[in-house]
Every structure is written in C-alpha cells, then in structure tokens.
Write a protein of this length. Structure first.
Length: 100
C-alpha cells in the first residue's frame, strides 16, 4: 500500500499514461481547424501537464487544476471529447488531492 509500480524503464505507469493522453490531446487540438476563444488556455495547460509528467512527480492539485482549465476551454468541442476523456482518466489515476 502506498507504493507505485514502476515500468522496466523506471517510469511510473501513471506518468506514462498521462504523457500519452496529453500528447494525443495536444495533437488533436493542433489539428483541429476551428478557432475558439480559449484555445490558448488549453494549449498552455496541456504544456503544463506535459511538463509535470516529464518531471515524474506531478502535484495532484495542480494536475486537477490544469484538467479543469482544459475542460473549460475545450469542453464544448465534441471532436476533442475522447482525447479529453483520456486525459481525465490519466489524471484520475493519481488519486484525490489531500484534504485540508
């Protein structure tokens, strides 16, 4: 209990999943032809999520904040719904932030 699995490459599989999901959503967002007002926010927060994943030890409250901002920014773009869901699932694997 309290232990995290590590892949043969030495990386936490949750981090690998997060990086994969973020990469997919970034690609899909980049390829989406429509402009919308909060696109820049989504792109910035996806970059932040990627940076947290690369660090290997993302902070759960920050992960959740980024996810909320991304969902708010692109939530109405149905073409991105599956990739956004994958990011949410990847963030959820890190658990809930500690309660104060």
């Amino acid at each position: 209990m309290g232990q995290t699995r590590v892949t043969s490459s030495g990386e936490d599989p949750r981090v690998t999943g997060l990086r994969t999901a973020v990469s997919r959503l970034r690609r899909e967002l980049a390829g989406h032809p429509a402009e919308f007002p909060d696109r820049g926010i989504a792109e910035d927060e996806l970059a932040a999520l990627d940076a947290m994943a690369v660090s290997g030890a993302p902070e759960i409250p920050r992960l959740r904040r980024s996810l909320l901002l991304i969902a708010g920014a692109i939530g109405s773009v149905s073409a991105l719904a599956c990739a956004l869901r994958d990011v949410r699932v990847a963030v959820d694997l890190f658990g809930e932030p500690p309660r104060h």
